[in-house]
Design a protein around this ligand. Structure first.
Ligand code: GDP
Length: 310
């Protein structure tokens, strides 16, 4: 199955949760009788309750023969390179902007980081159904923001879609028939590059988020940059400085499916997965095969010159 990793950047209330829910529904990722009991990307209260940080949640949507891993981005705050690490899991971003309000200053920081990592945004002007929508003005505002943030010419040539997440449609042009979100699915598959993945290299994964599960213990989530990993395999963790932290047998390997995580037997380069079994490793550490010495750093995965679709 083909794969795309992307993040959605949106100001609070601009419709990110509604959009992800609708993508899940329209992709058929949910079975017909399965209720959306938990809204996508909306478990913030639980995180606060537990007093832990899970900044990036991932939702996985299957559309035709492609799986989209959609990573949630934090707000404007940057804790020790968190935003970079999260964005270095993805090859593209969707910037979701309210059609009446336009881009908000709070998302500027994340947008700036995305642009400086070489990601080419898809701009989605959401809530285009609202009577006070001013879509063209919003597109101009986004353009001005990108210019102010030193976007490249390629980034300034961003594709724009108009959408109503609530009504479940996206169009290239406001005059087009408003049917479903297929235009957005297609745009993501075309515009977000396939992950560049070295499947034959040694297993290396950058731990991006950490959470503590009552049953599984520490769960580290991140992108596999090279190689493959199997459930039960012995791996090690190394710090950003290259120091060895621990060597353990992976007790769980989980992949994102819809809003849930499911155990899998094997995962390979390009995918975003979660692992359990490590007791000391933390965010920004590299989890890798025993013969790896060099840690990974958060960095752009797909420089603009390599970002054409295959
Ligand atoms: P989030 O904070 O970005 O996750 O935003 P939500 O998805 O929770 O949406 C915030 C509010 O905007 C909710 O009341 C939604 O029903 C509403 N909303 C989301 N998308 C649309 C849309 O396309 N059109 C309209 N009119 N309202 C929307």
């Amino acid at each position: 199955m083909a794969l795309r990793n992307l993040a959605i950047i949106a100001h609070v209330d601009h419709g990110k949760t509604t959009l992800v829910d609708e993508l899940l529904k329209q992709s058929g990722t949910f079975r017909a009788n399965q209720q959306l009991d938990e809204r996508a990307m909306d478990s913030g209260d639980l995180e606060k309750e537990r007093g832990i940080t899970i900044l990036a949640k991932c939702t996985s949507v299957e559309w035709k023969d492609t799986r989209l891993n959609i990573v949630d981005t934090p707000g404007h705050a940057d804790f020790g390179g968190e935003v970079e690490r999260i964005l270095s899991m993805v090859d593209g971003v969707v910037l979701l902007v309210d059609a009446a309000e336009g881009p908000m200053p709070q998302t500027k920081f994340v947008t700036m980081k995305a642009l400086s990592l070489g990601l080419k945004p898809i701009v989605v002007v959401n809530k285009a159904d609202k009577p006070d929508a001013r879509a063209d003005w919003v597109v101009d505002q986004v353009f001005d923001l990108f210019v102010a943030l030193d976007a490249t010419e390629e980034q300034l040539d961003f594709p724009v879609l108009f959408a109503s997440a609530k009504q479940g449609w996206a169009v290239n042009d406001l005059g087009d028939e408003r049917e479903d979100l297929n235009v957005l699915f297609e745009k993501i598959v075309d515009h977000v590059p396939e992950p560049i993945a070295d499947e034959n290299g040694p297993f290396r994964m950058l731990a991006t988020t950490l959470e503590v599960d009552p049953y599984l213990g520490r769960i580290l989530t991140g992108r596999i940059f090279s190689g493959k990993v199997k459930m039960g395999e012995t791996v090690k963790a190394i710090s950003q400085k290259g120091d060895r932290i621990e060597q353990v047998r992976l007790s769980k390997l989980l992949a994102f499916r819809g809003l849930k995580r499911e155990p899998i037997e094997e995962a390979s380069a390009g995918d975003i997965v979660a692992v359990a079994g490590l007791s000391k490793a933390t965010v920004a550490d590299t989890i890798c095969a025993l013969d790896v010495e060099e840690p990974l750093e958060a960095r752009p995965i797909s420089p603009p010159t390599m970002s054409m679709t295959i």
